[in-house]
Design a protein around this ligand. Structure first.
Ligand SMILES: NC(=O)c1ccc[n+]([C@@H]2O[C@H](COP(=O)([O-])OP(=O)(O)OC[C@H]3O[C@@H](n4cnc5c(N)ncnc54)[C@H](OP(=O)(O)O)[C@@H]3O)[C@@H](O)[C@H]2O)c1
Length: 262
């Protein structure tokens, strides 16, 4: 299937590992020209040949500076993939019924929502010029808010609302906005011994590997496996493809059956 992405100029955030890296690899394989952003580059990202721009997207100015740097290389953006998100786990996530104090909520919202809004705002003139596409990476936590820290679930629910609202605001200008909502996916967020799922395991007094093994079944997935990041990347490419002109304002969930509602 020709997705007509060859030669397209794509900006991917959170591109150094996990889902973002898989998205970069998939666009490069289609012949797209990719600008990749994260705080630190990785050997795997270097291998893709994507142009790397270092940036902290949780800061108020980082998103605008990223887009300015990308436009200085080439004034065209056909596709924006807002993937950077997640964040560090603080101790109060597990002890506080609100999963953290004001500072925690602000930090999680700055990274998971603020960065999406700010990067989109900065890239919008170029996206309108290109009649391009935005794909935001949400989370099934938006639909299953009790399964993640509340600031994260709430920020991802806001990303879902932002996706639908922005699609309406810019659809007639020719920009398509959609989101992909992954369930538990095999990335550092799950696998890193210092990461989120390791912290959950420590809090439960469980071995990290045992928790990861039990997770698909425990979270209601029907596949028995964590999701491969490449699966999420394939949906991103389809939603970004000009062969899908009617994909507008949708959130496509990939969760192995974990979300039980229709
Ligand atoms: N894995 C899952 O199960 C899952 C499920 C649902 C949704 N998601 C969502 O999918 C997206 C990708 O997650 P992932 O699992 O692939 O996580 P990951 O493996 O931890 O990758 C996160 C990426 O974002 C970058 N990043 C993090 N903070 C950043 C910042 N402040 N500024 C710029 N870049 C930053 C990281 O690079 P640096 O650290 O070098 O900056 C990295 O490239 C996130 O939005 C996450 O919420 C993941």
């Amino acid at each position: 299937m020709d997705l007509q992405l060859a030669g397209k100029r794509v900006l991917v955030t959170g591109a150094s590992k996990g889902i973002g890296l898989a998205v970069v690899q998939a666009f490069v394989a289609e012949g797209a020209s990719v600008v990749a952003a994260a705080r630190r580059n990785t050997a795997e990202l270097k291998e893709t040949g994507a142009h790397f721009i270092p940036v902290d997207l949780s800061t108020p100015d980082g998103p605008r500076e990223l887009v300015e740097a990308a436009l200085a290389l080439d004034p065209r953006i056909d596709v924006l993939v807002n993937n950077a998100g997640g964040g560090e786990v603080t101790d109060d996530v597990f002890s506080d019924p609100l999963s953290g104090d004001d500072e925690t909520w602000a930090k999680v919202f700055d990274l998971n929502l603020g960065n999406v809004v700010r990067t989109t705002r900065a890239a919008l003139p170029a996206l309108i010029e290109a009649k391009g596409a935005v794909v935001n990476i949400g989370s099934v936590s938006a639909d299953l808010p009790h399964t993640s820290p509340l600031p994260y679930s709430s920020a991802k629910a806001a990303v879902k609302a932002f996706t639908r609202g922005l699609a309406e605001a810019v659809g007639r200008a020719g920009v398509r906005v959609n989101a992909v909502s992954p369930g538990a996916t095999r990335t550092n967020l799950m696998l890193d011994p210092q990461g989120y799922m390791a912290a959950v395991a420590a809090n439960l007094g469980m071995d990290h590997d045992v928790l990861l093994g039990a997770l698909p079944e425990q979270s209601g997935m029907l596949t028995g496996n964590l999701i491969d990041p490449g699966e999420i990347a394939r949906v991103v490419l389809l939603l970004a493809s000009p062969t899908m002109p009617s994909a507008v304002g949708s959130t496509w969930s990939v969760h192995g059956g974990a979300v039980k509602s229709a």
